[in-house]
Design a protein around this ligand. Sequence first.
Ligand code: SF4
Length: 264
Amino acid sequence: MTPDIIVIGSGFGGAVHACRLAEAGLAVLVLERGRRWAPDDFPRGPDDAWIYDVDEPEKQNGWVDLRFLDDMWVAQGAGVGGGSLIYANVSIDARPGAFASGWPAPITFDALRPYYTRVSEMLAPETLPETQLTPRHRLLREAAERIGAIERYRKVELAIAFDPNGRYPEERPPDERATKTFMNRFGREQGYCIHAGNCDIGCKAGARNTLDLNYLAVAEDKGAAIRPLSVVSHVASEGRGYAVVYHELKGGAASSGWHGPREW
Ligand code: SF4
C-alpha cells in the first residue's frame, strides 16, 4: 500500500486521526513504536516486559515509558492504543473553567462540547452501577456523608464495560478470563469488568474500552494498516512531500536488534 497519510503513534491523537481519515477513504498507515498487546501477554511478573526504554527500544520495548523530569514524573503507555493502555480508563470531561485562560481564542468549552459527545460515542464511558459498588467505594461514600461533604462525592465516568445485570461481589469470577463476554459495537470481543483492579497494567477480562477496540478497530476495518514496533527516527521534507524514516524492532525484549531503516 502506498499511504496517503502516515500517522505516527496510535494513542488518543493518532487513533482518532487514523479512524476518521480511513473513514474518509484515505489509505492510512499507522506507525506505532510499541507492541500490539493481548490479554495473555500483559506484563505481570517481575521478569515481564514492563519498561519501554526510548534510548534502547531494541532491548526494552515493554508496557510503559517512564520519564523523570525535574518537577514531575510522566508515565506513558507504549503499544497499540498508546495512553489508553494505562490511563485507568478515567474519562471525565474538562470543566468549562479549565478553558478560561491560557488557550487560543477558538478553544472554548462550548466549541469543544460536540466533540466530547462524539468521543463518548466511541469510548462509551459509564459510571459504576449501583449494584456493583465495591466495599472500598461504599466506604468512601459513607465517609463523605459522615464528614458532611457528600456534595464532593461523585462517581466518575470510566471507559469500562460493566455488565448491566451484574452484581458485586456475588458474580465476580475468581479468574479474570472467566468473565462474561460480548461483542462491542465495533465487532471486537470484550468481557465485562469483574473489579480485579488491574486497569493500569492491562485487563485480562477485556473490559477496558481501549483505543485498539474502538477507534483503531474502525480504522483497520476501513483498510488502515497498523505497524507495531515501528520506531520513527525522523521526518524530513523531500520534494513536494515528506520522508518518514523508521526502524522495525525485532519482536519483544528477548530478541534484540533493528530492521531497517525503512523510508517512505
Ligand atoms: S476487570 Fe479489573 S482491570 Fe478490568 S476494567 Fe475491571 S477493574 Fe479494571
